[in-house]
Design a protein around this ligand. Structure first.
Ligand code: GAR
Length: 366
């Protein structure tokens, strides 16, 4: 038996889009793994199709499903998943993409409407996909999922919990000091606040930093990267080595934990929107070193801590979360720093967990 229809190239899907466009019609686009089709998928795809005049489904290739869902997925290979989808009356075209995200397919096909399922708002869509959709001017439509109908629940019902378990997000940690931040993260992983992540590699620019010791005791790979001949800068070879180390450890997110040097293009470019830092002040106030001491010396009534995305500047990327910490009468630098660090042990895991959820937002229909 041969399949009745075939997968389209991105170019063919773009031609379909342009043809529709010429007659004032609209191409709807959605993406997902569609691994074990269930009634929730069918209703979702019918609803997506009704938003325009043709529906193109971008299907994650097998390696892409594996990277999102873990080593036991997909259950069905991409040719079979595509053939099943093409058998549905709602689906006009199926394309395949091999990256974790549909970003490049969105840019190439330029759909008029983008449909996404689930409890997402346009703000909580995957950041890269969101950027691509804004660039091509696609209208974003969030569709309700059918309660109790998901691939995960289907697999659980079939008694296949291994396949149903989502893959943990892989964290790479970069620190220069005694590792209290890393300890806080590991405690949060252990007690379930950060259960959807694992620390796979710890890198330090300081050879005898205690953070490396903490990692090794826990059985986590820990490496020292020589920062080069500078006191505060991080040399180009070191930037490249850090990038390569995190890349070969297949790190999803880079977590700065008491890291005291600035990252530059090699690392920043390799992990766009994927590097987080904790800084002990209410940014934009008091960037740089010993921020708590700066707040105390300035006679502030409160200090605090901030979690932010990392860019080229000093403690200057987009803020993801903040927690004020009052300055009490009689506070010393030490007592204030300690209270800030207690706040950080709560705030950092919470923000990482929220951000991990944002990045891992599953393809539209799970
Ligand atoms: C934390 O308080 C963190 O806010 C600060 O270092 C401390 C953790 O060090 N980071 C910065 O000042 C970055 N600009 P540790 O984890 O090595 O104990």
């Amino acid at each position: 038996m041969v399949s009745s229809a075939s997968v389209a190239t991105w170019e063919e899907a773009r031609v379909l889009r342009d043809e529709l466009d010429q007659t004032g019609k609209r191409l709807v686009f959605t993406n997902g793994c569609f691994d074990v089709l269930h009634v929730g998928h069918v209703r979702y795809l019918n609803e997506a199709r009704s938003l325009g005049d043709a529906l193109c489904v971008a299907l994650n290739a097998d390696a892409s499903v594996r990277s999102l869902k873990g080593p036991h997925r997909p259950i069905n290979p991409v040719e079979h998943r595509a053939e099943v989808l093409l058998g549905l009356s709602a689906v006009d075209a199926v394309v395949v993409f091999s990256e974790a995200r549909a970003t490049n397919a969105i840019r190439a096909i330029q759909p008029h409407v983008y449909a996404k399922g689930g409890d997402y708002t346009p703000e909580s869509l995957n950041l890269e996909e969101r950027e691509a959709l804004d660039d091509v001017g696609a209208q974003i439509e969030i569709l309700d999922l059918v309660a109790g109908q998901s691939t995960t629940e289907t697999l659980a019902r079939l008694g296949r919990p291994e396949e149903a378990k989502p893959r943990a997000l892989r964290l790479g940690v970069l620190g220069s000091g005694r590792g209290s931040t890393l300890e806080g993260l590991l405690a949060a992983i252990d007690d379930g606040r950060l259960s959807q992540t694992e620390v796979v590699l710890v890198v330090s620019d300081v050879e005898d930093a205690f953070i490396l010791e903490i990692a090794r005791k826990r059985g986590i790979e820990a490496v020292h990267v020589d920062p080069g001949p500078y006191k505060t800068r991080l040399g180009e070879p070191a930037q490249k080595e850090i990038r390569d180390r995190f890349r070969s450890a297949a790190v999803d997110l880079v977590i700065l934990a008491g890291f005291m040097r600035r990252l530059k293009t090699p690392v920043l470019q390799a992990f766009p929107n994927r590097i987080l830092n904790v800084h002990p002040s209410l940014l934009p106030k008091y960037p740089g070193r010993a921020a708590w001491a700066q707040a105390l010396a300035a006679g502030e009534s409160q200090a605090g801590t901030s979690i932010h995305l990392v860019d080229e500047g000093i403690d200057s990327g987009r803020l993801l979360g903040q927690e004020p910490v009052p300055i009490l009468p009689g506070d010393t630098e030490e007592s204030l720093q300690q209270r800030i660090q207690s706040a950080e042990r709560e705030l950092y895991p919470r923000v990482i967990s929220e951000y991990a959820r944002l990045l891992a937002s599953p393809p539209s229909c799970e």
